[in-house]
Design a protein around this ligand. Structure first.
Ligand SMILES: [Zn+2]
Length: 392
């Protein structure tokens, strides 16, 4: 089992300073009025898009635009409401978190499975090959340097975007069921849902099928319903995937592997979280609002139980502490800079290894993977803490 190096004081200090911020300002990390208002806006947006699409739209262009609107509202709910709630960051009251967390089930994905897939697998083992289930598109993509490269990956920077389109249907109708049947996510066992949680999972899927297919089919031709479902899914899947990928699958993010023969990673958990994550477009208030603070994923990974509305203010504190502890803090100025970095990362990992560097060695070679990582192409050089220490 993978373990992390002992913390050298960074985690304690960053927690102390952020808690001090809340003490000084008198703000609560959860139950923010802004978050409740935002929830109302997103639910209204979602409800209005659905109602107009199913009951009012009279032309093709209206139906198309409303499908896009429904997809963007759904993604917004996913980024903000369910994500905070299922982390316990929405409210101090467990019941409110559970209720808001169930919005994920309403949208067709199981909040029960999400807890293990996202909260435990992704948030504990961020960017660790085979252990971070949120970043795994095998065999279609090579996202980690330690993953095997197939010939088709040479073109992954072009075709992967199309696969992002189908992320949501795959998640709803394949991945959730596969995880529950196997009772395993990224090599980690988890208890299959029972009793109320099982009913919740099944009822969530049924409810989703009801509003997404059955109700619209009562008023429209089945193929029209299916076509608009596909349009909504394409916009939704690519929005979710791109925002997620820009935080972890870019040139500036670290993809560490333990030394050969060991399961112990070179960095402490909190340092690992910062170095495997990259912020972007931190000054864009509109983007920050829409993506539920997921452009501040460094802050989210360090403080997943703090409501995202606080991330912009917290980021100044986190960046300062990182600087003091010599922990690399990476951020792209804008959305498109992050998007370009994601594209370059896909291109780099899809290339034949021999063409990429002159070094011999297999594609799974850890040393080689790190060379790819610190290559000249990136805007920022990436060094692990271990490497920084040895170079001093
Ligand atoms: Zn999260």
């Amino acid at each position: 089992m993978l373990t992390f190096a002992a913390d050298q004081g960074f985690h304690g200090e960053v927690k102390r300073r952020v808690l001090e911020y809340f003490r000084q300002t008198g703000l609560s990390p959860r139950d923010s009025p802004r978050m409740y208002l935002k929830t109302a806006v997103l639910l209204l947006w979602f409800g209005a898009s659905y109602f107009l699409l199913v009951f009012v739209a009279a032309t093709w262009w209206q139906a198309g635009l409303l499908s896009v609107s429904l997809a963007l509202a759904t993604a917004g709910m996913g980024f903000s409401i369910q994500h905070d709630a299922n982390h316990g960051a929405y409210s101090n009251h467990g019941a409110i978190n559970r209720l808001m967390g169930l919005t994920l089930d309403l949208l067709g994905a199981s909040s029960y499975v999400w807890h293990f897939k996202h909260n435990l697998s992704h948030h504990t083992y961020t960017n660790l090959v085979g252990a971070d289930d949120d970043i795994d598109f095998r065999p279609f993509a090579r996202l980690f340097p330690a993953q095997p490269r197939y010939r088709i990956h040479r073109f992954q920077q072009f075709y992967l975007w199309a696969l992002y389109w189908f992320l949501f249907p795959k998640w709803n109708f394949i991945d959730d069921f596969k995880s529950v049947i196997r009772a395993r996510i990224a090599g980690h066992r988890f208890a299959r849902p029972r009793g109320g949680r099982l009913i919740e999972l099944v009822a969530g899927k049924a409810l989703f099928c009801g509003w997404a297919f059955v109700v619209p089919a009562l008023f429209h031709l089945w193929w029209v319903v299916l076509l608009l479902y596909v349009i909504t899914s394409l916009v939704l899947g690519s929005t979710l995937a791109v925002i997620f990928m820009l935080a972890h699958c870019v040139e500036e993010a670290d993809f560490p592997t333990p030394p050969p023969g060991s399961d112990r990673l070179p960095d402490a958990w909190a340092v690992h979280q910062v170095q495997t994550t990259v912020d972007f477009a931190r000054k864009s208030r509109l983007l920050t609002w829409y993506v539920g603070g997921l452009n501040f994923q460094i802050e989210h990974h360090l403080f997943p139980r703090i409501c995202h509305v606080h991330y912009p203010r917290i980021s100044d504190i986190v960046e300062k502490v990182c600087d003091e502890f010599n922990v690399r803090y990476a951020a792209h100025d804008g959305f498109f800079a992050a998007l370009a970095s994601h594209w370059r990362w896909l291109r780099r990992l899809g290339r034949p290894v021999a063409a990429e560097t002159d070094q011999p060695g297999g594609e799974n070679d850890e040393r080689h993977a790190r060379q790819q990582h610190t290559g000249p192409e990136g805007d920022l050089q990436v060094f692990s803490k271990h490497e920084v220490q040895t170079s001093e």
